[in-house]
Write a protein that binds this ligand. Structure first.
Ligand code: FAD
Length: 391
């Protein structure tokens, strides 16, 4: 293989470029903006920096946050101490870090927009704003708004959610997560260096009404939207059938990150999956002959995390819109976090990214008796518990 073209230089494209260039492949990254402040919370879980330690061991400005306050209607907020901090970057800084690493590994960076990709012979002819270029293989990393129709996930409206917010001047040492009535999504306040990223994501609701919900929340919490920079973007959030027929690879190409729809359908976490999928795509391309790389990549994705995210897509509606013990599930989650150390431990692992969705039900059921016991004790209802009756 003479040359690999990477279309898009966000986290997915930049990391794929670093891996391929370090293995000695001629690698060219095309991004119309290169490093930029992509609309994002910028939060990285323990799972991400544990697997890729350079994401925390570097001199790039970042915030390490070890406390989250969870809130939902009709319940007292719960403070959750995180065993492992969430690392929060501005996206300009994170993208620069990743692109610098790609360049140092030998990748060539081109600041231009890719207009078209056409199969020609056994390879590709790329048309960019700066001219044409031939490549043997394409890695598609153009994000959720992938303009290249023939490659990458075919996102329908049902497979996306709107995500928007404001960068507000201010400082905090904890994350806020607010659940809202009848919303398959949530509000977040992420402290970054020098400002807060305050945002909302929600499925099946127009951006304009999400923005109203967010502004109402900000007003209540004394966070001024006036003069704050507004951001909005699309977040892939695949429905279960879309996971099954997800177009992640084809003849001479593989898609990574948002362009492959690889985002957690419950939390909206996409940074880890962008980097991880880029890693797997590079491994597939380096270990297989190019004709078989796509199949190998699809298998690796499924084994590594896609099956878990697909299962998460089944749970999403129940998590945000379901009922448990006659109350909304988010309210119950907040109450349980507040009152049961066992349940709080599950939440800690969910925030760390170390609790899979496939095992979640089993763990919750195993813990249920213990959690209910802890809740009853914290409410001073010990006399209701058999064997603990007091005179
Ligand atoms: C509001 C919001 C908040 C979020 N918060 C978090 C969070 O806190 N934590 C988390 O893990 N995830 C979060 N996400 C998800 C995360 O932002 C994405 O999953 C992540 O950016 C995906 O990386 P990527 O490289 O696949 O795509 P992107 O970061 O979107 O990068 C795609 C790149 O391709 C370039 N490009 C596109 N088309 C072309 C073209 N034709 N020619 C040249 N270049 C092109 C773009 O300029 C861009 O740089 C959030 C998303 C949103 C919208």
């Amino acid at each position: 293989m003479k040359r690999v073209a990477i279309l898009g230089g966000g986290p997915a494209g930049a990391f794929a470029a670093e891996q391929l260039a370090s293995a000695g492949l001629a690698t060219v990254v095309f991004d119309e903006k290169l490093a930029w402040e992509k609309p994002c919370g910028g939060g990285l879980t323990y799972k991400a920096y544990h697997q890729y330690p350079f994401l925390i061991d570097n001199s790039t400005p970042k915030k390490l946050i070890s406390e989250t306050v969870l809130a939902a209607p009709h319940s007292q907020p719960a403070t959750l101490r995180l065993r492992e901090p969430i690392v929060i970057y501005s996206r300009l800084d994170l993208n620069s870090l990743l692109l610098d690493r790609a360049q140092r590994a030998g990748a060539q960076l081109e600041k231009t927009r890719v207009l078209e990709v056409n199969r020609s012979g056994g390879g590709w002819r790329l048309l960019t704003k700066a001219g044409a270029l031939d490549a043997d293989y394409c890695i598609v990393a153009t994000g959720a708004r992938n303009p290249l129709r023939d490659v990458g996930t075919q996102l329908t409206r049902a497979d996306t959610m709107a995500a928007l917010g404001y960068y507000v001047p201010g400082q905090r040492d904890h994350i806020d997560i607010q659940f809202l009535p009848q919303l398959e999504g949530y509000i977040w306040v992420f402290p970054r260096c020098g400002h807060l990223s305050v945002g909302i994501c929600g499925k099946g609701e127009p951006a304009i009404s999400l923005r109203k919900r967010l502004e109402r929340y900000m007003e209540e919490k004394g966070l001024s939207a006036k003069g704050a920079a507004f951001y909005s973007h699309l977040l892939p959030s695949l429905e279960t059938p879309a996971w099954k027929k997800n177009r992640v690879a084809g003849d001479g190409w593989m898609a990574v990150g948002d362009a492959a729809g690889l985002v957690d359908p419950i939390t909206g976490e996409g940074l880890y999956y962008a980097i991880r999928s880029a890693d797997l795509a590079a491994k597939a391309l380096l270990s297989e002959i190019s004709g078989l790389a796509g199949q190998a990549y699809r298998r690796m994705l499924r084994r590594d995390f896609a099956a878990d995210l697909e299962f998460g897509s089944r749970l999403a509606k129940r998590v945000f819109l379901g009922k448990f013990l006659f109350a909304a599930v988010p309210a119950r989650m907040v109450q349980f976090t507040h009152r049961s150390p066992r349940f709080a431990a599950v939440m800690q692992d969910l925030f760390a990214g170390t609790q899979s969705y496939l095992d979640l039900k089993k763990r919750l059921l195993q813990n249920l008796n213990g959690s209910l016991y802890e809740i009853a004790m914290s409410l001073g209802l010990s006399r209701l518990i058999p064997g603990r009756a007091r005179p």
